[in-house]
Design a binder for this molecule. Sequence first.
Ligand SMILES: Nc1ncnc2c1ncn2[C@@H]1O[C@H](COP(=O)(O)OP(=O)(O)OP(=O)(O)O)[C@@H](O)[C@H]1O
Ligand SMILES: [Mg+2]
Length: 249
Amino acid sequence: MTEMLKVVDLHACAGEKEILKGVNLTVNEGETCVLFGPNGSGKSTLMSTIMGYSSIQVTQGQILFKGQDITEMTVDQRAKLGIGMMMQRPPNIFGVKLGDLIRASSPNSEAVLSSAPEFKMQDFLDREVNVGFSGGEIKRSELLQLTAQKPEFILLDEPESGVDLENIDLIGRKVHDLLYDGNCPGRQRHVSSLVITHTGQIMDYIGADRGYVMRNGRIFCSGRPSDLLKEIRENGYGECDSCQQIISL
Ligand SMILES: Nc1ncnc2c1ncn2[C@@H]1O[C@H](COP(=O)(O)OP(=O)(O)OP(=O)(O)O)[C@@H](O)[C@H]1O
Ligand SMILES: [Mg+2]
């Protein structure tokens, strides 16, 4: 199986603080992996580091994308290679309208813009990106942008968090569309992803092949996502001594 993403012994800091302390993780081609972990364990930092945001400094280790070392590449270069990200808290982009951002990021932008009503985003195209958007509106806007970018590998940081029940269905279906090739029989996935979730709700829409649990800047264990979620629901993140055995794939 081809490795889409391979993170090897990744250490990274924000300023003086070491947040990632030796992360090892693999996502294979066509795989959806979920990342669980308590608040502050380093999940969003890992995604930002994979995407290449400059607020994080890699001090050790490697990030490989389709076998190529991308550790030193800029965000722009990584996006061009086919990596896209839905951030947990994306910044406001003052002076840039959502519609213009989509026109600049997709060769097929007119089709994407005409699909805006499916995302309930038709009234937002003339607004500055994220400025004054509610939590749920930001998620739908990020998904519309990802649809324009059409990445091969998608990082989704808590796509369902803060979204009302009706819009979770919309988000779930649109994430599904991003990951699956609708024309393929057997719902074959053509895009790989790493998805952070606390509730697992998004898994109802996209399925998940493998789960990882992060604690204190390291991958603590991995296994079947539904088993991991059950263990976390029942026992919390605690010491979780038993999970090493119960969740081996
Ligand atoms: N620029 C920074 N300076 C100092 N500490 C930082 C910085 N960025 C992140 N951190 C700290 O790193 C830790 C990990 O943050 P991160 O956002 O990756 O957690 P998380 O696992 O995504 O948590 P959550 O589930 O709450 O989203 C936190 O304690 C956070 O305060
Ligand atoms: Mg986070």
